[in-house]
Write a protein that binds this ligand. Structure first.
Ligand SMILES: C[S@@+](CC[C@H](N)C(=O)[O-])C[C@H]1O[C@@H](n2cnc3c(N)ncnc32)[C@H](O)[C@@H]1O
Length: 318
């Protein structure tokens, strides 16, 4: 038997239901729509995200490419233009006998930093003589000082002064009146105090510069040694700007490629013609042999030859 469809509700009932449905719809339309949109965008975002197995992240430039000059779009132009450009122009060199006074005037208002040394707040914290270096007395120092007989030596990276004081001793033995300029920010490197527990810290300031000064004082070398307590890059640029050049330059600060690369390039600008630039750690594995890569690249680009003396690299200028 065929079932009869249920009877339609009376007309006013139907109107009443429609109105109720419209009311519910109105009540929930906005939040529901937001909710659905949210779920939808999350779902779409999830679908478009790179899967965890894709290895290389995609780098997107924040600057639209069309706003960058065309020459910069070439992959070859960028490294040559930027990474190899040390454009600072040095003034003519000052005479060797003016080097010390130039640095005293420019850095220390004309006064020796050893006046009234040590200051009261550190005097009890310093050791009378605390020397430690790495390859700081290697044969290379004597070999080069004998050959070059430098009036000025610049050391890039000094720490406690082991190599600087060794060079002072050698120049004295040879009867040379050599001024040694030491560039170091005297911060060491993060964590170095773990190995140098006897070097004190005062309110977060490590006393490396004062201990270096004390070592120079102890060696009676305050007239032969002067220092610039700044980053190597800024100090080398200033020396170039002031016309302070040297016949012998040792590079022994940061041992990663970029530090060594910058230091060598900036230091070479203030090397006197016929002078020698050299440095430690040609064989260190740090930064995938960063020092060696920087030295070799510099020599190749400037048509110079790298020689080795123990752990040191040596480059004679043209
Ligand atoms: C290996 S030690 C120098 C050792 C020294 N030549 C010797 O043989 O006794 C390196 C020194 O370079 C300094 N140094 C490293 N990067 C520097 C930077 N960018 N500016 C200034 N000094 C830096 C550190 O503070 C540290 O004293």
């Amino acid at each position: 038997m065929k079932q009869e469809p249920p009877p339609s509700p009376p007309l006013h009932h139907r109107h009443h239901r429609k109105r109720r449905a419209a009311l519910v719809l109105k009540k929930f339309t906005k939040p529901t729509a937001y909710f659905v949109l949210l779920i939808l965008s999350f779902f779409l975002g999830y679908l478009s995200a790179p899967s965890s197995s894709s290895k290389k992240p995609t780098l997107t430039s924040r600057i639209p490419l069309e706003t960058i000059p065309a020459t910069f779009n070439s992959a070859a132009a960028v490294p040559v233009a930027d990474h190899n450009s040390f454009s600072i122009q040095c003034v003519d060199p000052v005479k060797s006998e003016k080097v010390r006074q130039t640095v005293l005037d420019r850095v220390f208002h004309g006064k020796s930093p050893w006046q009234n040394f040590p200051p009261a707040h550190v005097s009890t914290l310093l050791r009378q003589n605390r020397i430690r270096g790495w390859g700081s007395t290697g044969a290379v120092f004597e070999n080069l000082i004998r050959r070059v007989r430098p009036r000025t030596i610049i050391e890039v990276g000094t720490f406690l002064g082991a190599s600087a004081l060794h060079m002072t001793k050698l120049t004295r033995q040879l009867g040379l009146k050599t001024q040694i300029l030491c560039i170091d920010d005297f911060r060491g490197w993060p964590g170095f105090l773990d190995k140098f527990k006897d070097i004190k810290m005062v309110n977060g300031d490590v006393l490396l510069m004062y201990q270096f000064m004390q070592n120079v004082f102890y060696a009676n070398a305050t007239e032969s040694v002067l220092f610039m307590p700044f980053s190597t890059g800024s100090a080398l640029d200033k020396l170039c700007e002031w016309g302070v050049f040297a016949e012998l330059i040792e590079v022994d600060a940061g041992h990663d490629f970029h530090s060594a690369w910058t230091d060598i390039n900036k230091a070479y600008k203030i090397l006197r013609p016929g002078g020698v630039i050299f440095g430690h750690d040609y064989f260190t594995s740090a930064d995938n042999k960063g020092v060696r890569r920087a030295v070799n690249l510099f020599a190749r680009l400037n048509n110079l030859r790298v020689q080795l003396d123990g752990q040191h690299w040596v480059i004679h200028s043209n």
